[in-house]
Write a protein that binds this ligand. Structure first.
Ligand SMILES: [Zn+2]
Length: 215
């Protein structure tokens, strides 16, 4: 029994699915597109950016005692998209797959979502949980429209709002700040967690989408 977390880029899972990262169950986070030239200083070096971003991700995931796997695929800042082959890194069936909902339609997030759906359809007795991609979900004014588009792909969606305590949101911010090569969106994320929490009667929360797929 373990939870498989799919992160298109280093930082996505920490930003968007912290609830599942802090879970007690055994966790494996697979970061797909960690070859990158995207950083807040606009340095052009692919080597330096990839090294930094991968190290940031490994540090954070090890602090959270989550096993990490990096696929070294090129992200949209440098690439030629290749479709990742999950049979190379999913040796054992997970009980939960946590993946991006691709709110904001970033191409790397769309590819990761498509892969997660494919995996979910192949694996029996497994739950697929899609996370709200942050910071995109916090910046979009018409989130409803994005959710409707998501329903078009996965059928009727069921929302799951999971609480984070004050201590947990503090830890999430601390971890997110360790991705120091990237723009700091933590204020926006805390504000979003407050808004999502308020709707469900929690102080802070994260929102996830469950599929209504039947096999
Ligand atoms: Zn991303």
């Amino acid at each position: 029994m373990y939870t498989l977390l799919l992160s298109p880029h280093p930082d996505d899972v920490v930003y968007s699915a912290f609830f599942y990262l802090k879970h007690d169950q055994k966790r494996v986070c697979v970061t797909l597109f960690n070859v990158s030239s995207f950083n807040k200083w606009r340095l052009q070096s692919k080597f330096l950016t990839t090294t930094l971003r991968t190290l940031e991700d490994k540090l954070v995931l090890s602090l959270l005692r989550c096993k990490s796997v990096h696929l070294y695929l090129e992200d949209s800042s440098v690439r030629v998209c290749r479709k990742p082959n999950p049979s190379l890194w999913v040796k054992e069936s997970p009980s939960i797959i946590v993946a991006p909902a691709a709110i904001g339609s970033h191409i790397d997030h769309l590819v990761t979502r498509e892969l997660a759906i494919k995996l979910f359809e192949e694996i029996k007795n497994c739950e697929l949980v899609l996370y709200q991609d942050l910071p995109y979900a916090a910046k979009i004014s018409d989130l409803k429209k994005e959710e409707d588009a998501l329903s078009g792909v996965i059928g009727n969606i069921k929302e799951r709002v999971l609480p984070l305590t004050k201590e947990e949101i503090k830890k999430k911010v601390k971890m997110a700040k360790l991705y120091f090569s990237q723009t700091d969106y933590t204020a926006l994320i805390v504000e979003h967690a407050k808004r999502v929490g308020k709707e469900a009667g929690f102080e802070y929360a994260e929102k996830y989408y469950l599929t209504s797929f039947t096999r």
